[in-house]
Design a protein around this ligand. Sequence first.
Ligand SMILES: [Zn+2]
Length: 77
Amino acid sequence: MPLYDYKCDGCQHCFEVSHAMAAPAIKVCPECGKKRVRKVLSTGGVLNSSKGGQDASPPSGPCASMGGGCAGGMCPM
Ligand SMILES: [Zn+2]
């Protein structure tokens, strides 16, 4: 199953969910419970190609690793 990256606009929590493509998207944040979750593009080379090689993105997505920049609400996305 594909892995999707989600981000909560309420608390900036980033998380990954693996579900079928046909399954409905996650809407509720598991952290704060708000319906502010939106799907973010996981890195399949899409972000890299659009940036034109500005910098090498981390391999695991815009929300990178848990406990990274997103944890304190510092996610640039
Ligand atoms: Zn949240």
